[in-house]
Ligand binder design. Structure first.
Ligand code: COA
Length: 162
């Protein structure tokens, strides 16, 4: 079978609609309406990398810059029928290439901690680990006591030293 032809593009803002459509297709990960509303609002005002294939948008990765040196993957999702086809990695590679050009050295993501049993998020952590993120610290109450957060980080390749 031919491999999927994935395109990525950078959008400075205005990606709320794409974000909403993709998160709506991932209810296991994005089932809390207030959280989804926040992700959509942030995607609307922040930079995102959008992945497309077969004539439609199939993935989004939205970024928040915390300092000249550090950024965060604030939300990320790929339509379920396109999982495990390299879309997630393609978006992260595009994210890192852009961050490196603007001098960002460190990239973090927060996801559900393994201290809460959840098969879906176990897969999410495997994805981040395989890409090169490493667990840094757990924040048990950052979101709420039912959803302990795990902060993972990695260095951005080819970022210039300050
Ligand atoms: C996490 C997510 C963005 C990954 O995107 P993806 O396009 O499916 O991932 P890729 O195809 O680029 O995966 C690359 C590699 O990561 C690892 N990986 C990805 N998904 C995995 C899974 N479910 N289980 C174990 N390893 C996984 C593998 O090493 C994989 O390579 P391989 O398929 O050759 O073995 C996507 O699965 C998703 O939308 N999940 C639901 C939402 C979510 O978890 N968002 C993040 C919330 S913090």
């Amino acid at each position: 079978m031919a491999s999927l032809q994935i395109k990525t593009r950078w959008e400075e803002s205005g990606s709320g609609i794409v974000c909403q459509a993709i998160l709506d297709a991932l209810p296991h990960w994005f089932g809390i309406p207030a959280s989804v509303a926040e992700y959509v609002a942030v995607a609307d005002r922040s930079p995102s990398v959008i992945a497309s294939a077969e004539g439609r948008d199939i993935g989004i990765t939205t970024l928040v810059r915390h300092s000249p040196y550090a950024a965060e993957v604030f939300v990320m999702g790929v339509l379920p029928e396109y999982h495990r086809k390299g879309v997630g990695w393609a978006m992260l590679r595009a994210v890192e290439a852009s961050l490196a050009r603007s001098g960002v050295e460190f990239l973090q993501v927060k996801t559900l901690s393994p201290s809460k049993d959840d098969i879906g998020y176990e897969e999410t952590r495997s994805f981040y680990l395989a890409y090169g993120f490493r667990p840094l610290e757990e924040f048990p109450l950052l979101w709420d006591s039912e959803n302990p957060a795990l902060q993972m980080i990695k260095t951005v390749p080819n970022a210039p030293r300050w």
